[in-house]
Design a protein around this ligand. Structure first.
Ligand code: SAH
Length: 257
């Protein structure tokens, strides 16, 4: 069964972290039916464009301003074409869909979003780890360092570090020195494990492991400057407790000890 899509709307589609098989079925259907595709060329896997019709017009948004992106979208809708905006990972993290949505609203054009597998999930699968480890960490902070996009001071890495919880840090590998300094100043022991995952789920994925004390040197030596996540926390370490849920001695709603 193939869904019907409404060409009076713009469809924002999460492309997933890289592996072209990690897009959702709905995203795949949309690409297969799209007449116009505007994709974030700096991050998405171009193999995803193979799902498009040969006659689809595909535009790399890396070369376009917000105004030009909106013009392409509005032109497509006016011509009755199905328009897809393809962005990396999931749209809800550093996706800047809000500004696109607001510009579209000014033109009376609505949008729908189709979620994607975020890169922090792709990175966890590369490592075969769980961010939430019983009795070690039950929370995950998703954040970035301040760059050209400022971060409110109350959300500084230093402030979050006080919790010593699991962290997935986006858009910050170029600033790995600042990241590790701030996390140590904020309260993580220098021996806290760190993994840097470059291009999770791509064929050329690279994984670096170390601690807050030495990972910056490894990142520099590997020459990694973009498309990487910095994962920090004791969840990457050796301490582990089995989950109570599957413990034979633990009763719950569906099973008695
Ligand atoms: N919406 C995206 C994030 C966009 S911001 C998502 O949900 O993943 C771009 C940042 O995401 C990059 O700087 C990098 O930190 C991270 N990123 C995107 N794809 C990645 C991948 N395959 N592996 C590691 N990090 C990735």
């Amino acid at each position: 069964m193939t869904a019907q899509f409404d060409p009076s709307l713009i469809y924002f589609v999460g492309a997933g972290p890289g592996d072209p098989e990690l897009i959702t079925l709905k995203g795949h259907h949309l690409l297969g039916q799209a007449d116009v595709v505007i994709y974030a060329g700096s991050l998405i896997n171009p193999a995803l464009l193979d799902y498009c019709k040969p006659e689809a017009a595909c535009h790399d948004s890396a070369e376009l301003s917000l105004g030009q992106i909106i013009d392409l979208m509005a032109g497509g809708v006016a011509a009755g074409k199905l328009v897809v905006r393809l962005q990396t990972g999931d749209l809800s993290l550093y996706g800047s869909i809000r500004e696109q949505g607001e510009e579209l609203a000014k033109l009376g054009i609505g949008f729908r979003s189709v979620p994607g597998v975020s890169s922090f999930l792709g990175a966890a699968s590369e490592l075969g780890i769980e961010y939430t480890v019983p009795e070690i960490s039950q929370s995950l902070v998703i954040t970035r360092v301040a760059g050209r996009t400022p971060v409110p001071e109350r959300e500084s890495l230093r402030a979050f570090a006080a919790h010593q919880t699991s962290m997935a840090i986006f858009l910050s590998v170029k600033e790995i020195n600042e990241v590790t300094e701030q996390l140590i100043e904020g309260g993580y022991p220098a021996s806290t494990p760190v993994a840097v995952v470059y291009k999770a789920t791509w064929p050329d994925c690279q994984i670096l492991r170390g601690t807050l004390a030495d990972i910056a040197g490894e990142v520099r030596a590997a020459g990694i400057r973009k498309t990487a996540l910095i994962l920090v926390g004791a969840f990457l370490g050796d301490e582990y407790h089995y989950s109570k849920l599957y413990d034979a001695g633990f009763s719950h709603e569906y099973r008695r000890a």
